[in-house]
Design a protein around this ligand. Structure first.
Ligand code: AMP
Length: 213
């Protein structure tokens, strides 16, 4: 099954998407993770993307479209869950073309949303494992040992763009550029909308229901 999961930063796409993908055996393709890995590895696309990411701006479309197409093609036959792509209407158009080109289709488009206060709270308290990428929250899901990942004992860190002023900018970019995707997708076959504001398990149950065939 191929799924697009979209919604504002901090709504839980990463956590929920990772869980669903691992349970269904599909590949979780998180655009932000792909970009951060490219930055870490010092690749040409990573170097080009870094300044945009640090500022909370969208990385240019041609760059992210090429990167995600390479991942989608590599995963052919497995099924994928797209998280953080597309993030604007031009990327959604590019995705439609690339899927047609590769004779692929999307089965579910799931929109997750939550009130702004929830998003701010989640983003500003978020901690991520440097080694395995697993997410924690200082208040709501703290690690057993401060600064250490429960899963792999990796070091936890706060993302550079999870600071107050960059968060505010990312939410603005979301409202201006990504939210129009709701209108773009909501009448398409396979569209579902879920409430991302509840407890992790409640949201996951809603997500499972939304992708049920
Ligand atoms: P995320 O991990 O999804 O919060 O993404 C972190 C950052 O990566 C964003 O603030 C953007 O700078 C960049 N980014 C992620 N996905 C995209 C995309 N589809 N288009 C452009 N930039 C992106």
């Amino acid at each position: 099954m191929n799924i697009i999961l979209f919604g504002p930063p901090g709504v839980g796409k990463g956590t929920q998407g990772e869980k669903l993908a691992s349970e269904t055996g599909s590949k979780h393709l998180a655009m932000g993770d792909i970009l951060r890995a490219a930055v870490r590895d010092g690749t040409a696309p990573g170097l080009a993307a870094k300044a945009f990411m640090d500022a909370g701006k969208l990385v240019p479309d041609d760059l992210v479209v090429a990167m995600i197409e390479a991942c989608i093609v590599a995963e052919e036959g497995v099924g994928f869950l797209l998280d953080g792509f597309p993030r604007n209407v031009a990327q959604a158009d590019a995705l439609a073309l690339m899927l047609a080109r590769n004779e692929l289709q999307v089965d579910r488009i799931v929109f997750m949303d939550a009130p702004k206060e929830n998003l701010l709270e989640r983003l500003s308290g978020r901690l991520i494992c440097k080694a395995c990428g697993f997410g924690f929250h200082r208040q709501y899901s703290p690690p057993l040992k401060t600064g250490v990942c429960d899963r792999c004992s990796g070091e936890l860190y706060q993302r550079d763009d999870d600071c107050e002023d960059v968060i505010a900018h990312r939410l603005e970019v979301y409202r201006e550029q990504t939210e129009p995707l709701l209108e773009y997708y909501q009448l398409k076959e396979g569209f579902r909308s879920i409430d991302g504001s509840g407890e992790m398990q409640t949201v996951y149950a809603a997500l499972k229901e939304a992708v049920k065939v």
